[in-house]
Design a protein around this ligand. Structure first.
Ligand SMILES: [Zn+2]
Length: 79
């Protein structure tokens, strides 16, 4: 899948990257983004002010404000 990513703490590394499809872990839902917003927090991360990639990754996926549809919700009442 494609995602907007940055190298945290390095300004202007924003890229449209190909990343692995996510897999829902225990007690998590899996959602497919339909529309994405870029907010002030994303702009600060892109500027290199802060941010942290997940353990074992070099890049951080940004765009936490989205309109999404639920693909799977393994637990009753999880959504
Ligand atoms: Zn935000």
């Amino acid at each position: 899948m494609r995602a907007l990513t940055v190298v945290p703490l390095q300004p202007n590394t924003l890229a449209l990257s190909n990343v692995e499809e996510p897999v829902a872990r225990e007690n998590q839902i899996l959602a497919r983004a339909l529309a994405l917003g870029v907010c002030g927090t994303d702009r600060e991360i892109i500027a290199g002010h802060y941010g942290e990639a997940p353990e074992g990754a070099d890049r951080l996926i940004i765009g936490h404000e989205s309109l999404s549809e639920v693909v799977s919700a393994p637990l009753p009442g999880a959504i």
